[in-house]
Each structure stands twice: as C-alpha cells, then as structure tokens.
Design a protein. Structure first.
Length: 163
C-alpha cells in the first residue's frame, strides 16, 4: 500500500484485508472479483445487467465497482471511473481512502492517476506520456493492462482539464 497523496492510498486486496473493519477508512474496491460479486450475490459469470447496482454498488464506507482488467478499452465504463473519482473527492477530507484492485498494479493505480490528473496539480503542464512517467515515480508498481492504459490515453484531456 502506497500513499500517493495525502489520505489516498493505492494497494491490493491484501492491503484491503489488512485495514478491513478499521475506523476512518473509505474503501474503493476496483475489482469485480470477489467484491462486486459478493455485494450483489450473483453466481453467474457476470452481474445481472438489469440490476440497479450492475456497475456500482454503494455501501457504508465502501464503493464496489464491477470492473475487470480488460484488454479492450470498450469494457471500461466511464460511469465507473467517474463514480470512483467523485467518491475519492467527496471523502478525502474526512477519511483515509484505500483504492485497491486484486494486485494493485492496474485498475486501482489507474483510477488514482486520473484522480491526481483531475483534482491536483501533480501533472500540471505535462502531457499524458510525461504524466505517466512521473506517476511511475509516485507509484512504481503501476503496470496497467492495455484497456486501462488506453482509457487513460483516450480520456487524458477530459481528466487533465481542471476546472
């Protein structure tokens, strides 16, 4: 688990297990397995598409994303990424946040990267490639799958244009 900015940590499911139940934490589970499956209780390969929490399940102190580490950017819904960024922004002053995926290498650090792009000056004046290189110094374990990397590159302007 690495703190990438004040109150925002990125890590793996093992890191989540180490802080589970501790007060003061807000957790974003950036992985379908096992968290989204457990939250909704489905046994089929995927969540029922008609379920109101098909993409995002909200629980007290947690946001649970139906997010797989897909090689194709078309399987990375913007609604999921945007909900995670809003949840971080809404909770970071009041809670310590852990955003995690299974290994802490692709999905969770990608979302944290986009949070820094949108809500901080960390990458100010840098293009996407420069920002990604700089982020490697902040979070060296970042090895995004093709889908997550393509999502970042295709949406860089959307997230790096601070308002």
């Amino acid at each position: 688990m690495i703190e990438i900015c004040r109150n925002l940590f990125v890590g793996s499911e093992h890191d989540e297990a180490s802080i589970r139940g501790q007060p003061g934490w807000f957790v974003i589970h950036a992985c379908k397995e096992p968290y989204h499956r457990q939250a909704l209780g489905y046994r089929s390969q995927g969540a029922p598409k008609h379920h109101p929490e098909y993409l995002i399940a909200r629980r007290t102190g947690r946001l649970i994303l139906n997010l797989v580490d897909a090689p194709d950017v078309n399987y990375i819904p913007s609604e999921i990424i945007d909900a995670a960024l809003v949840a971080i922004d809404e909770n970071i002053l009041w809670s310590t946040i852990l955003i995690h995926c299974n290994l802490g290498q692709s999905r969770s650090p990608a979302i944290a990267f986009l949070y820094l792009a949108k809500y901080s000056s960390t990458f100010e004046g840098r293009d996407c490639e420069e920002a990604l290189l700089h982020y490697q110094t902040i979070y060296p374990r970042f090895t995004p799958a093709k889908g997550m990397l393509d999502y970042i590159k295709l949406n860089w302007q959307k997230y790096s244009s601070r308002k």
